[in-house]
Write a protein that binds this ligand. Structure first.
Ligand code: SAM
Ligand code: SF4
Length: 473
């Protein structure tokens, strides 16, 4: 493929593999980055335009301290301008860790005889969800290994259970999924169960590197995985999440891969990914990896800022794999969703004792703050924690809706809904000191809304104080 720096360098077709390794390296090797070019690209992004591959390469190739600073400041400004100070909170819930694949980096791999295997029974699942509701969670991502037992019907059943559990004022209002790729029929089955986002990470977009980490099982098929979200979209799902596991190959290549994937989805389906994830490899039981592609905190921060600028409209997720301090920092550079109160050992939300056991989990997490501790810290930083699920429930998804492209959307909908869901949390779950600070932050945010909306929000807060729940715009 010859070097063509247009936005869609390869003519795209639905459900066709679209990654061209040589082309991505051409962009990286032949694109010259200067401080002037970096400035132009950052300005384009701040005008809310998507960046093309060449422009992303300009940002990636910028290594002088001045340009790196410009990129970080740009991401900070874009984040502020578009997402305000809202941060969406969720919890992961591991349903089963049986797995027939053998991914070198994962504690669940089939060859790991040390792993304690478990699939939650319906009763155990209900118990986990009750505890999560008691903590104040409203949004879950259910996670599964790849195994014959975890059929689309099984996944659909667990999703339905998650929606059905109601404890006190608690309920789960959005269930996302992170599971192995399905066929179109399978995606239809989970869509009918009412899932929010279907997340599949490509792990690495580099075909040859991919082969070395995935020697066995269905996941060894690079193209089947690469086209999985095409099948999801063909099946009628319209919120899909992409991701790369950083540390498997050169981070610069993976960033280009994520943007190329975004281009593909936009070109073929007129809708980009709802979220981008960028997990970094963490310690795991029987981890079998070198550190050739280890990503330092500094490079990690850079790549988060570059992704923010490259795809301004997309949600960016940073999980408890990363330590609290780094998470607090990266929130400023464009992360819009984080998990809180995370436990990844199977069945561990309902366990009284905290025991992080690598043999029971997929990898080691580095932030084990409770949900309330995270909310406290967000409030201290004047951030606005949100449990909002309104768009998905009102059908504002996919191509019909990109919050970003509707002028004033954030102020009209996202901030009010963040305020209302935080108000519910403060009434139902927060200790006194959190509630005190929380109401202060709510008041500050109400002031920034226009008068008409202020009035409507205040009315609804009064209703929440009188016991009504689940009010949204
Ligand atoms: N089994 C499904 C699959 O492979 O698509 C679900 C994914 S897995 C349960 C969730 C994600 O965790 C993987 O896609 C991978 O990116 C990430 N992961 C696996 N091992 C990891 C490790 N050691 N450190 C950090 N993330 C890891
Ligand atoms: Fe299985 Fe997924 Fe882990 Fe691979 S990453 S071993 S497919 S659970």
């Amino acid at each position: 493929m010859k070097f063509t720096p247009e936005k869609y360098a390869i003519p795209d077709a639905p459900m066709q593999p679209f990654i061209d390794t040589g082309e991505i390296w051409d962009f990286l090797n032949k694109t010259i980055s200067t401080p002037v070019k970096v400035k132009e690209v950052v300005e384009k992004s701040l005008a809310k335009s998507r960046l093309n591959l060449e422009e992303v390469a300009i940002l990636i190739n910028a290594t002088d301290p001045g340009s790196v600073q410009l990129i970080k400041e740009g991401a900070r400004e874009l984040k502020k301008k578009i997402y305000g100070n809202r941060i969406v909170l969720f919890a992961p819930l591991y349903v089963g860790n049986k797995c027939s694949n053998n991914c070198a980096y994962c504690g669940f791999k089939a060859s790991n005889r040390d792993a304690v295997r478990k699939t939650l029974s319906d009763k155990e699942l209900v118990k986990e969800i009750e505890v999560l509701e008691d903590n104040g969670q409203k949004r879950l991502i259910l996670v599964y290994g790849e195994h014959a037992q975890y059929s689309p019907e099984f996944i659909a059943q667990t999703v339905k259970i998650a929606y059905s559990v109601k404890k006190g004022n608690g309920e789960i209002r959005r269930v996302n999924i992170n599971a192995a790729p399905l066929d179109i029929e399978g995606f239809r089955t989970v869509k009918e169960a009412g899932i929010g986002t279907y997340q599949v990470f490509q792990e690495t977009y580099h075909r040859e590197a991919y082969k070395t980490y995935h020697l066995r099982g269905k996941k060894a098929d690079f193209d089947y995985r690469l086209t999985s979200l095409d099948r999801a979209l063909e099946a009628g799902l319209d919120d899909v999440g992409i991701g790369a596991l950083f540390g498997l190959y050169d981070w610069r290549f993976e960033v280009m891969g994520l943007v190329r994937h975004t281009n593909h989805l936009e070109a073929c389906y007129n809708v980009g990914p709802h979220t981008i994830s960028f997990p970094r490899i963490k310690d795991a039981s029987m981890l079998d990896l070198g550190d050739e592609y280890f990503v330092s905190d500094e490079d990690f921060t850079r790549l988060v800022a570059i992704l923010r600028l490259a795809v301004p409209y997309t949600g960016m997720i940073l999980t408890a794999r990363e330590p609290a301090e780094l998470r607090n920092q990266l929130i400023q550079f464009g992360v819009s969703q984080i998990d809180g109160g995370t436990k990844i050992e199977l069945g561990s939300y309902a366990e009284k004792e905290q025991n992080h056991d690598l043999k029971k989990g997929q990898f080691r997490i580095n932030d084990d703050r409770s949900l309330n501790e995270i909310i406290d810290e967000l409030l201290q930083q004047d951030m606005l924690p949100s449990f909002c699920t309104a768009c998905y429930r009102l059908g504002r998804t996919g191509e019909h809706f990109m919050e970003f492209s509707v002028p004033g959307f954030i102020k009209r909908f996202c901030t009010p809904n963040a305020i209302l869901t935080l108000a519910e949390y403060l009434m139902d779950y927060a200790p006194e000191h959190t509630a005190e600070k929380g109401w202060e932050v709510i008041e500050k945010n109400i002031h920034e809304l226009n008068e008409n909306v202020q009035h409507q929000v205040r009315e609804r807060i009064e209703k929440i104080k009188r016991g009504e729940r689940d009010l949204y715009f």
